[in-house]
Design a protein around this ligand. Sequence first.
Ligand SMILES: Cc1ncc(COP(=O)(O)O)c(C=O)c1O
Length: 449
Amino acid sequence: MQTKYILDEKDIPKKWYNILSEMPNKPHPPLHPGTIKPIGPEDLAPLFPMALIEQEVSLEKYIDIPEEVLNILTMWRPTPLYRAHRLEKAIGTKSKIYYKYEGTSPAGSHKPNTAVAQAYYNKKEGVKKLSTETGAGQWGSSLALAGSLFGLEVKVYMVKVSYEQKPYRRALMEAWGANVVPSPTTETQAGRSILEKDPNSQGSLGIAISEAVEVAAQNADTKYSLGSVLNHVLHHQTIIGEECIKQMQMTGDYPDVVIASAGGGSNFAGIAFPFLREKIAGKNIKIVAVEPTACPTLTKGEFSYDFGDTVGLTPLVKMYTLGHDFMPPGIHAGGLRYHGMAPIVSQLYHDSLIEALSLEQAKIFEGASIFAKNEGIIPAPESAHAVQGAIEEAKKADEEGKTKTILFNLSGHGHFDMSAYTQYFSGKLEDSTLSEIKLKESLSSLPVV
Ligand SMILES: Cc1ncc(COP(=O)(O)O)c(C=O)c1O
């Protein structure tokens, strides 16, 4: 009854996988927000270093991971793959459940996989400062960590509601040397324009992105860094699935179903894309992205061109979106409150290569607490969507009299999210499903392209 499948440090993947190289339909080109014409590398140059812009548009199947990046990733990678024997027993399933655990990174999630790579390329091109946004704080702390390892200054615009709810995430970022401010701020034009309309704004990822982008666009020594959504971020995360393919070989099983939570799409891409490579080559695998009913981007959104931020500073991208001024309710899975979805993930969903499922918050915490009581690890509220997705998949297989092998990505731990668990245990946690009226209202702001 083996529980952990561990790779040797020397077996860490040396290349990222670029699914763009073999997608049947490529994502639509990003458009300039002013001219509505496809953007070129020069339009992105004020925001990103050239090496990342090249990765953004690359059609090479594999991208070499630089030695310096691998040296840092081996501080916690390869990460373990677990067989969830105790969870299987607790829910009484005949199926086999495996999970890849990304919470072993210093910041506690998958986000440092790309933070380290992004900090490396920025440092190499002489950048001094990185600006970014963060919701729950997982991304901000990952970039703070990477910035401290490469000697870069990091400025984090943290969504105000999370800044107030999660003082220890903020403290973690500060411990790694980052400067953290609650967004919207009065420091930027974007922040001031939001506060003029709503002085009590609790902020959103879309607003924080507007602030961080504005600062990078206006300062020559500063670039912007994004923790999800963009093609290069998704490529960097494929190290998860590449490790997992080797680890599944060690188990002697092969997944029938691969599941991950999806906010902007990066941890989903990380575990799913290497398996999608095998699906495109003929394997029969069901691949599921799980999102909250409070922010149901794939399951209820429109496949349309939209801004990546609230104010409209970023290029227009074709993606599933709830509308760029969608204000998500303050659910605890802060990392799943983004109005859009990665263009690559959106196109794959549009082409039916992947599926999506939305779940209620209380159900998520029910699954997370069964998992915690049996497997020991406290899942981050975002990751708990994948946990519950896997439980439901196993139960469905039992009802159908089938035995499946289910693999999910446990993208992070919830040690900084204990107040959410306290609320759940005291019965105070509320479900919030996006209403049709609110959805219609936020979709009405979609730009006409
Ligand atoms: C632990 C964890 N999982 C998942 C997510 C969702 O983001 P993504 O869809 O980019 O993986 C986040 C975002 O902050 C997160 O912190």
